[in-house]
Design a protein around this ligand. Structure first.
Ligand code: 4AD
Ligand code: MG
Length: 450
């Protein structure tokens, strides 16, 4: 048989072809019979639709064959599209012909409850479930919104390499591999350093790709392989950087609401919370945040040398963990940027605040509803001597950073950027409990398969 992909319709487009005869390809979500009728719930990746087979419309053989359909059998259905108010998609299909492409036997994921480890081991099949399907469709629109935002605002896509000769975000979370005769190479923790070089060539750039961290943390927010979009802008200071981050996050959320509202509803997401994500967001300095924690009696548990735990005020100078971030965010219904963290807890490349060198011109964006940090960014150190001193004091190999120092030797300018974690963002927007559900094939310290 010769046919073009254009001769098949997708479920998503059916409301625009009511009354017409269509050919659909897909899998059986569910098939039930009732007298002279067989109801086949067909999913084709774009959506699901109920197809109704009436005994009087087809041959005896075909009707009998349809009764053998099992969950996840592959079929090609020809039928007429009919408006049906009661159907979630607004349409149903009256079947005129049906071809079984392959019968599925004992599909392991049934409508009953399964344990998470079982589902994770069957991730390659679990993706077909309606909840996972909805999350993946939201994820894809988030990626498109990110690209559209930057492409439409004068940014040039300039991707950074994944195999790199040195660390970017500390040496404790590096994945390393042998690299021919050249020694060790590392999977990139962040494309930032190269994005800085690209920005000096192209002005405003972004890199968007997978990044890797050998995180020992087994939390609901950590993957070992995750996607990050990192814009980097010449001539932007920290304020410009924060403004851009707010513009981008507002754009992402509002775009998802526009194009994936149905999916969010099917996930049970509280839409009104997302509608509230409008600029301006909240902002507070790290120092103000510490004062707020201590004024509100949010204590820090501290282990004593003898093993006992005591509760103390939050000491200025320590990094926030999720308990502090969650406490701060409880008062807010939209994201909050915390800026000017102590330089000691932040990366070597961040510029110190000329007005207070104890803090770095850094910023993190925290999302509400317990989602935590979605963005980390900063204004970069643009002074040659200061940066060189920082590389040395962080025990980083100077020879690997000579090219990075070149950016401060030849036409150094103020510049800034940030990284948005894609999966953290999808998790927040979809309301997923765990980050493992928001990437097709999650990589975590305890899982590399399937
Ligand atoms: O705050 P991070 O470490 O910042 C950087 O890597 C900078 N170099 C970015 C830049 O300025 N260009 O990471 C940025 C974001 C975090 O806010 C978080 O959303 C995400 O990346 N992220 C992770 N997501 C999932 N799993 C992990 N293990 C993550 N680590 C960071
Ligand atoms: Mg961070």
């Amino acid at each position: 048989m010769t046919s073009s992909y254009k001769s098949y319709q997708t479920v998503e487009t059916l409301p625009s072809v009511i009354g017409q005869s269509v050919v659909l390809n897909g899998w059986v979500y569910d098939s039930t019979g009732k007298g002279k009728l067989q109801f086949i719930k067909l999913r084709d990746g774009s959506g699901t639709v109920q197809c109704v087979l009436f005994k009087g419309n087809v041959s005896e053989e075909l009707f009998a064959e349809a009764k053998t359909l099992t969950q996840e059998s592959a079929v090609r259905i020809t039928g007429t599209v009919r408006a049906e108010e009661r159907a979630p998609s607004g349409v149903e299909v009256d079947v005129t012909d049906l071809k079984i492409l392959s019968l599925s036997k004992d599909y392991p994921i049934t409508p009953k409850e399964h344990g998470i480890e079982f589902l994770m081991s069957n991730r390659h099949l679990w993706l077909r479930s309606s909840r996972q399907h909805a999350i993946m469709r939201v994820r894809a629109v988030i990626v498109k919104a990110i690209r559209d935002f930057f492409d439409g605002n004068g940014f040039v896509l300039a991707d950074s390499p994944i195999l790199t000769p040195a660390a970017c975000e500390g040496t404790s979370t590096l994945f390393e591999t042998e690299y021919f005769d050249l020694g060790k190479a590392y999977l990139s923790q962040s494309g930032q350093l190269y994005a800085e070089a690209s920005a000096m060539a192209l002005g405003k750039v972004y890199t968007f790709g997978p990044t890797f961290r050998a995180e020992k943390s087994k939390t609901r927010r950590h993957l070992t392989e995750f996607w990050m979009v990192e814009p980097e802008m010449a001539f932007f200071d920290l304020n410009d950087d924060m403004d851009l981050a707010e513009d981008m996050v507002e754009y992402i959320v509002q775009t998802v609401l526009k194009h994936r509202r149905k999916e969010l509803e099917s996930l049970g997401r509280d839409i009104s919370k997302l509608e509230a994500v409008r600029r301006p967001f909240h902002r507070m300095s790290y120092t103000e945040a510490v004062e707020w924690l201590n004024k509100n009696n949010v204590k820090l548990n501290r282990k004593q040398p003898d093993g006992t735990e005591i509760q103390i005020d939050f000491p200025w100078g320590e990094d926030f963990g999720s308990p502090q971030e969650e406490a701060i965010m409880q008062q807010f219904d939209k994201p909050c940027i915390i800026h000017r963290y102590p330089s000691e807890v932040k990366a070597f490349y961040m510029k110190r605040d000329p007005e207070n060198p104890k803090v770095a011109l850094a910023m993190d964006m925290l999302a509400p509803e317990g989602a935590g940090e979605i963005i980390g960014g900063s204004q970069r150190e643009d002074d040659y001597e200061a940066l060189k001193e920082r590389i040395l004091s962080h025990d980083l190999p100077l020879e690997s950073f000579e090219w990075f120092l070149d950016l401060r030797r030849y036409g150094s300018v103020p510049h800034s950027g940030f990284g948005l974690g894609l999966e953290r963002t999808v998790k927040w927007i979809t309301g997923a409990e765990h980050i493992r559900e928001v990437i097709p094939y999650p990589r975590m310290i305890t899982r590399i398969e399937p």
